[in-house]
Design a protein around this ligand. Structure first.
Ligand SMILES: Cc1cc2nc3c(=O)[nH]c(=O)nc-3n(C[C@H](O)[C@H](O)[C@H](O)COP(=O)(O)OP(=O)(O)OC[C@H]3O[C@@H](n4cnc5c(N)ncnc54)[C@H](O)[C@@H]3O)c2cc1C
Length: 398
């Protein structure tokens, strides 16, 4: 899409200059001109008294043959030679979409010496793998991976692309979408097929999590979205399955990557790997003060779990953000989730409701957390947590 000034119609009144919120309009030879700062917001279009400024219609800008676009792709995120769980989860969901659309499922693996990961990808349901290997692609880089991914899309034209809403996925998805001229629905919590159009229905929370919006991408291809880890269950793997590997040469040159990885610093080890954890003990403002978090840590330790936190706790500086569970934190799906002194606000529940078993401890019997809890303990965390720790310690010693 673009904004266009019809120079013959422009009367040089300058109304559009002050109307533009981005300072993207300038006057040249008494005619309005649009600079690179234009965001196509359309404010100038509405202001022009002689209709000399128009938005190029979306239909005109899109000159793609949608019938050419086929197959569902999943970006296979890997680190240290391991496929991330979220990629398996998306292969499981991608399989369902591909079957419903009568198309194939492909995994896109980018890296260095990563061909062995194809077996994992086929076992999780893919029919094909697009494999791009080069030493420059060993570690994720925005420039390198965007160039490779966009090149694959332009050549092989997939209909749908799923990317994990991880740090790298959130960086890559919008870049690639912009490069190939399509949209992207970020942070989806559900996927389906719209019955009327046959398009992918991307569902995500909107307006602070108060409503769920379902978004379609009718005019552009591919249809793209990011999905948070743990929203979908990892599929059962079948290692008897195999498929076609399509090797594609990388055109990325070292100088095309503007960033250099100097060092990897792990600020967070298994103790805060919430997305992979089977047991999470989370604390909220009801813990009273940061020192009381030692009870949360002790219970997590006894159970071999990890520590989570509500946003209130993170905002208060009691815990770093990477412990936060919820809409603006992490989406988790452990076997057991303890919510201690957490009220159960919708934004917190959005990040933990898919846990298998939820155990809530709260002194307020009417706290909303009890509506989603499988087990509820009405009481003071200062009394309940030490008692639980002691009992679990005894049980472990038996
Ligand atoms: C756009 C947006 C995004 C957000 N994203 C997130 C998010 O990602 N994650 C998140 O958590 N929140 C998020 N929030 C904030 C959310 O709305 C709540 O404010 C927050 O979850 C409250 O945290 P809390 O339950 O710890 O605190 P509170 O709401 O203050 O609840 C404390 C609870 O502890 C109980 N309690 C108090 N003392 C004790 C005691 N001694 N023993 C037992 N129980 C006790 C109380 O009864 C109460 O239920 C978001 C909000 C917005 C607007």
């Amino acid at each position: 899409m673009a904004v266009i000034v019809n120079k013959e119609e422009c009367i040089g009144c300058s109304a559009c200059i002050s109307a533009c919120p981005f300072g993207a309009m300038v006057m040249e030879a008494d005619k309005a001109c649009i600079t690179d700062a234009c965001t196509v917001c359309g404010a100038c279009v509405d202001t022009c008294p002689v209709n000399a400024i128009t938005k190029e219609s979306e239909q005109a800008a899109v000159k793609i043959d949608k019938a050419e676009y086929k197959d569902v792709w999943v970006f296979i995120e890997q680190i240290d030679g391991q496929v991330k769980n979220v990629s398996h989860e998306l292969l499981g969901e991608g399989r369902k979409l591909a079957d419903a659309m009568g198309e194939q499922l492909a995994g896109v693996i980018i890296g260095d010496e990563v061909e062995a990961l194809s077996k994992e990808v086929f076992a999780s349901g893919a029919d094909k793998v697009y494999l791009v290997e080069a030493s420059e692609l060993k570690n994720y880089s925005t420039d390198g991976y965007t160039t490779v991914f966009a090149g694959l899309i332009n050549t092989y034209k997939p209909s749908v692309i799923l990317i994990g809403a991880t740090n790298d996925g959130r960086d890559l998805g919008p870049r690639v979408a912009c490069r190939v001229g399509t949209g992207l629905t970020a942070d989806c919590t559900n996927l389906g097929i719209d019955e009327q159009t046959g398009l992918v229905a991307w569902t995500r929370p909107a307006f602070g999590g108060n409503i769920m919006a379902t978004i379609l991408c009718p005019e552009h291809r591919p249809q793209m979205g990011t999905v948070r880890p743990k929203v979908f269950k990892r599929p059962e793997q079948d290692f008897s399955k195999s498929g076609e590997i399509i090797r594609v040469a990388s055109k990325v040159k070292g100088q095309g990557i503007r960033t250099r990885l100097l060092e990897l610093v792990k600020v967070c080890t298994t103790s805060c790997n919430l997305e992979e954890a089977e047991i999470i003990v989370s604390g909220g403002r009801g813990m009273g003060k940061p020192e009381n978090f030692r009870l949360i840590e002790e219970l997590a330790d006894v159970l071999g779990g990890v520590v989570g936190a509500s946003r209130a706790v993170v905002d208060a500086g009691w815990k770093p953000h990477y412990h936060q569970v919820g809409q603006t934190g992490k989406t988790v799906g452990p076997k057991v989730y303890f919510a201690c002194g957490i009220s159960g606000a919708i934004q917190h529940v959005a990040g933990m409701s898919s846990s298998d078993i939820i155990i809530a401890i709260n002194k307020d019997a009417d706290a909303p957390i009890f509506k989603v809890a499988d087990y509820g303990i009405i009481g003071d965390v200062a009394e309940v947590l030490p008692a639980l720790i002691e009992e679990f310690k005894k049980a472990k010693a038996c």
